[in-house]
Write a protein that binds this ligand. Structure first.
Ligand SMILES: NC(=O)c1ccc[n+]([C@@H]2O[C@H](COP(=O)([O-])OP(=O)(O)OC[C@H]3O[C@@H](n4cnc5c(N)ncnc54)[C@H](O)[C@@H]3O)[C@@H](O)[C@H]2O)c1
Length: 362
């Protein structure tokens, strides 16, 4: 079996690359043969642990390793350039989220994959979590009735002051782009295409150049409401990260346990044991390898990745354009605008502005 494993390379040997190294360790479908990082020492350290080669550039990795596929684990702005480099050489690409920071470059990545006839997908780990997949089939079965509300939250305190995540030229934006890429992908998985989004930004307490806390409101084409809370500055300390409310019941996908309850019953039914990071990364690699071999469909197609980028793009535009309805004494003062730093101006009154999501994102 070992000889039949696909040969994977990895670009980037930072934080998330460590999770991949662990997943490759126990993966039947693929093995890590080489890693590249501009920080040669980081590449070497990861390679030593994984028993593979290391390089100080992705070009050297491509030239000197016989690769079937590559995983891109570098900061967002670098994704299109690196992905296209490998795609043009006939190497399949699994690219970490966010797929890219704008839809224009995402389209170029897809064009390169189509031209070369190779597979391209976005890494979005929650889609490979067993509980998420089971929750989707429970929702689809109809036992919770008509779905009315979807809620998701990814919040935890992380000091981003000295990380690339807070530099828009590298990250493409703040928590909205970072954690939001996971959220939008999950929301689209459960609700289908999204039609419109509205975003409200919270206070910036880390003094970053980018958004640290946001709430996204969305509506699916089928009319289901959704809300997403994202933050690097607060921790909501919730047991679950997805809650879906239907006319006949509720389902909750949790970190340690997942369960649902039909309104006709008093009992919650537990259907999953929670989030397992290594399992999710391993399943992601296995699905990608299966798709390369022609044995499986990609769980996240390149087109679905583009759709997520387009939703984030619409949400980012909405972020700069929040309008509020002023209440009480504020309403008497004319126009006002509330943003992450507080209430500005003199009262307002503008209809909530929504940003519609482009056709592909649907
Ligand atoms: N799926 C998840 O849960 C998850 C979690 C964290 C990060 N990510 C994503 O993974 C990617 C990497 O994030 P990270 O936290 O591991 O970042 P990181 O800063 O820890 O690591 C990135 C590495 O890439 C290297 N690098 C940068 N440009 C390069 C280039 N041109 N060629 C070779 N190496 C280069 C850096 O030297 C660094 O070691 C991002 O897209 C991020 O959004 C995903």
């Amino acid at each position: 079996m070992a000889n039949q494993k696909l040969r994977f390379g990895m670009v980037g040997a930072g934080g998330i690359a460590q999770a991949y190294a662990q997943a490759f360790d126990s993966c039947d479908a693929a093995r890590l043969v080489a890693v590249a990082d501009l920080r040669a020492d980081a590449a070497r350290a990861l390679a030593e642990g994984a028993g593979c080669h290391s390089y100080d550039s992705y070009q050297a990795l491509a030239a000197r390793s016989r690769l079937d596929a590559v995983v891109i684990c570098t900061p967002p702005v670098t994704h299109p350039e690196i992905a296209i480099y490998f795609l043009e050489r006939g190497i399949h690409v699994l690219c970490e989220k966010p797929f890219s920071i704008d839809s224009r470059s995402a389209r170029k990545m897809i064009e390169a994959a189509n031209k070369a006839g190779v597979k391209l997908t976005m890494a979005s780990k929650f889609r490979y979590v067993d509980d998420v997949i089971r929750a989707k089939s429970i929702v689809t079965s109809g036992i919770l009735g008509e779905i009315i509300l979807f809620e998701n939250a990814f919040t935890s305190r992380v000091d981003m002051t000295n990380r690339w995540n807070s530099k828009p030229s590298i990250s493409g934006g703040g928590v909205l782009v970072d954690n939001g890429s996971h959220s939008v992908d999950l929301m689209r998985y459960f609700l289908g295409p999204l039609a419109e989004v509205h975003v409200v930004e919270g206070k910036r307490v880390q003094g970053l150049e980018v958004d640290e806390t946001v709430r996204i409101f969305a509506r699916s084409e089928s009319g289901v409401m959704g809300s997403i809370d994202l933050s690097w500055s607060i921790d909501k300390e919730l047991d679950s990260y997805i809650n879906i409310y239907g006319s006949h019941g509720t389902i909750s996908v949790g970190w340690k346990e997942s369960k649902y309850r039909q309104s006709s019953s008093r009992d919650w039914i537990v259907f999953g044991k929670g989030y397992n990071k290594v399992q999710a990364f391993r399943s992601q690699i296995s699905n990608f390898a299966g798709a390369i071999r022609g044995e499986e469909q990609l769980i996240i197609t390149a087109e679905a990745a583009l759709a997520s980028v387009e939703v984030i793009e619409a949400a980012r535009n909405a972020l700069g354009q929040e309008h509020w309805i002023a209440v009480g004494r504020h309403a008497n003062n004319g126009r006002a605008r509330l943003n992450g730093n507080g209430l500005h101006g003199n009262g307002i009154i503008a209809p909530a502005l929504r940003k519609s999501v482009p056709a592909m994102a649907r």
